[in-house]
Design a protein around this ligand. Structure first.
Ligand SMILES: Nc1nc2c(ncn2[C@@H]2O[C@H](COP(=O)(O)OP(=O)(O)OP(=O)(O)O)[C@@H](O)[C@H]2O)c(=O)[nH]1
Length: 689
């Protein structure tokens, strides 16, 4: 992200990435190295030329001899145990040993078939009461409650423990620029880097890769010459891989970089988040001062403790976030409340989600639904978003984007004013995939860089263009547009969970809708089964059932029950003279009229053709007779379009204690027949009780 686009800069970056980050044939002079051939019984095949200064034994004397012959017994005992552990699979082992008055630390590891032994004298760190500091530091760090606090304590503790004048923590961004998020300095004249960003090129990829192998890099003193490793003659041009070591030689470019920064010594320790390089603790010293191996181990322990605290705090933050997500889920899936449509659920929860996801708009887009909470987005744009998501991301069901300039969705839908998009599919059904989509606006990201990578800082090194170590760490500010804040893993996970819940909500709602439709269909069916299609009064089936019930009820309670059977007179003529349609209309009008003239307790239905039945509960024969007479008169007074007057004949019967419904209707029918026989438009009563 550095402000450099020139070809020479990019080439130089690439060349830098090829550059080894160590001088392979050297070790720093604070320790000595020897390598042995295990197959040849531990014969020494490489020795650094400072062996005399560290072990008191010159290089020539060690070369070709066997470990068992030239190393003291205390070393050999510890070495044996450590070597066993290496054989069991550990990458490296360390152990302390003594010879005469002197204490030593050795670190052993394999470089291909050779076993490498690095040894340092255990110097006493001047002015430090290490154990007390270390214990205090452990307590301090383990009692911290926030990332900021943890890192502050870590920087301060390391500085106190080691005497480094500046200890800082870089956190990497997704482009591997390191931002200084915590810093402790011991002197006022030490420049502060807090808040500044160091470009990715300062810690290139091969350096970052090395931290995965060996999380500590220690430069004892930039000004001392490294010791050269001498190899046994028969090995020709071999080179040991010292990646697992701590005293590997300084790369000239790194040395120069440190000098430009005004540093005499440094140590950096990687901080990991689940095997991902999260950041670096970088310790800077402006004066030469030895740092014992054991203090370096202590610093590593503190970093490991802080790493645990950071991850715990991160988990705690994630838990808090998920607690809020859970709150929302409960509301979405609350079975006690009425079942709501997905749109209603979005309306209920949308504003809460906007805060939770730091978004400006959230939309639910499916074939049936387009609903947005927050900033307005028009429907046609929402359709395009859905179509684009269906076409490009329906398989994974997730799409997240933060970069305006690279965003495929922005290129496909230029009118979409957002560059931050997080979309998760709602698995309602495969053909009709719905999407829950969050939108963020672009924000200006401010970088305060420590120094500027200028074209002029590309230079020739070993015949090719490389980046020159920077001379200037002077601050400059760069405002980078075109990004929305990054969508974090937990936000993506939470969005997926909420979309699944919404999909469940949508299904429940669909089922509820279907149930309602089914109930309505059943009601319609019930109506059809019991109603006469032409006149919309009860049909014969219903009338028979009702009469059966009424007969039973009236007998049980000893109540009266009467029926009136009526038949329209000469109805055939109506059909013949005016047509069937007119006949139908007359039947409908007569039904409507009689229905209106009856009491609500009377049951009126079509018995067949132009014949109708009235069931009159709680009605004796005389009352039924009067009712029939009243109906006959009112009917004969009606005037029908084209047809004019229409009359009907009535047969009345009351329920006798001994009879059933068939007999009751039969007697009414007989009475009706008599009316028809004797001239029509009259009422005849079957003899009563
Ligand atoms: N338009 C129409 N006519 C019907 C319907 N149901 C029965 N009819 C007619 O009603 C007439 C009944 O004729 P008939 O049984 O001879 O009796 P009528 O002409 O009414 O004479 P009487 O009952 O003796 O007074 C027939 O022409 C049937 O076709 C119907 O749903 N619509």
């Amino acid at each position: 992200m550095a402000d450099n686009t020139s070809i020479s800069y990019e080439e130089a970056m690439k060349n830098c990435a090829k550059e080894p980050v160590q001088a392979p044939q050297c070790v720093q002079e604070n320790g000595m190295l020897l390598a042995v051939d295990i197959k040849r019984g531990g014969q020494i095949i490489a020795v650094s030329d400072n062996s005399d200064a560290v072990l008191g034994c010159p290089c020539d004397a060690l070369m070709g001899s066997f470990l068992a012959e030239c190393m003291p017994s205390d070393f050999l005992t510890s070495f044996k145990a450590a070597d066993e552990k290496l054989k069991q699979g550990s990458d490296y082992e360390i152990f302390a040993w003594e010879a005469g008055e002197q204490s030593f630390f050795s670190r052993i590891y394999y470089s291909q078939a050779w076993l490498v032994v690095e040894t340092e004298i255990d110097v006493t760190d001047p002015g430090l009461k290490r154990s007390c500091y270390f214990d205090r530091a452990l307590l301090d760090i383990s009692n911290t409650n926030s990332t900021e606090q943890t890192l502050q304590k870590l920087c301060r503790s390391i500085s106190e423990l080691s005497g480094y004048e500046r200890v800082l923590v870089y956190q990497f961004d997704d482009s591997w620029n390191g931002r200084v998020i915590s810093e402790h300095t011991t002197r006022e004249d030490i420049e502060q880097y807090i808040g500044l960003s160091f470009p990715a090129s300062d810690i290139p990829s091969q350096v970052r890769a090395l931290y995965h192998v060996n999380p500590i890099r220690y430069i004892a003193d930039v000004d001392t010459e490294d010791a050269v490793i001498v190899y046994a003659e028969e090995l020709g041009s071999m080179a040991l891989d010292l990646s697992l070591g701590t005293i590997r030689g300084k790369s000239p470019i790194h040395t120069e970089y440190m000098k430009n920064m005004g540093l005499q010594r440094s140590m950096s320790v990687a901080i990991f988040d689940q095997n991902q390089l999260w950041g670096l603790v970088s310790c800077h010293g402006v004066s030469a001062q030895p740092l014992s191996y054991s203090t370096r181990l202590n610093i590593h322990s503190l970093v490991k403790l802080a790493e645990q605290r950071l991850m715990l705090q991160k988990q705690f933050e994630a838990d808090r976030f998920f607690d809020r997500v859970e709150e929302s889920r409960k509301a979405l899936l609350d079975r006690k409340r009425e079942i709501k449509s997905p749109q209603q659920l979005l309306e209920d929860q949308g504003h809460f989600w906007l805060k939770l996801f730091e978004a400006v708009a959230v939309a639910l887009i499916s074939a049936q639904t387009q609903r947005v909470i927050g900033e307005h987005i028009d429907v046609s744009t929402l359709h395009k978003v859905r179509d684009w998501l269906n076409e490009n991301h329906s398989v994974t069901g997730v799409f997240s984007e933060r970069d305006c300039r690279l965003s495929e969705i922005r290129q496909a839908i230029p009118e979409l004013p957002y560059c931050g998009v997080l979309a998760v599919s709602m698995p309602i059904d495969k053909r009709n995939q719905g999407w829950l989509v969050f939108f963020r606006v672009q924000e200006t990201e401010v970088f305060r860089w420590a120094g500027k990578l200028e074209k002029g800082e590309v230079r020739e090194y070993k015949g090719r263009q490389v980046l020159s170590p920077r001379h200037s760490f002077e601050q400059w500010q760069q405002d980078v547009d075109g990004y929305a804040p990054i969508w974090t893993e937990i936000q993506i996970e939470a969005a997926k969970t909420l979309a699944e819940d919404l999909a469940i909500g949508a299904s429940a709602y669909q089922i509820e809708q279907l149930n309602q439709e089914l109930t309505e269909a059943n009601q319609r069916l019930e109506h059809l089964v019991h109603t006469d299609a032409l006149t919309q009064v009860w049909n014969r089936y219903h009338m028979e059932q009702t009469l059966e019930e009424e007969v039973k009820r009236c007998k049980r309670h000893g109540r009266d029950l009467a029926v009136i059977l009526l038949d329209i007179d000469h109805f055939k003529r109506v059909n013949d003279d005016y047509g069937h349609d007119v006949g139908d209309k007359v039947l409908k009008l007569i039904s409507e009229a009689i229905h209106q003239w009856l009491r609500s307790s009377d049951v009126f239905g079509r018995w067949g053709g132009e014949e109708f039945l009235i069931i009159a509960p709680e009605t004796d024969l005389e009352s039924a007779n009067q009712l029939a007479e009243r109906l006959r008169r009112r009917l004969s007074n009606l005037q029908f379009d084209k047809v004019g007057q229409v009359t009907a004949s009535f047969g009345v019967a009351e329920l006798l204690p001994s009879e059933d419904r068939n007999s009751l209707v039969k007697r009414a029918d007989n009475a009706l027949y008599q009316v028809k026989e004797s001239g029509r438009n009259s009422v005849e009563v079957s003899p009563g009780k």
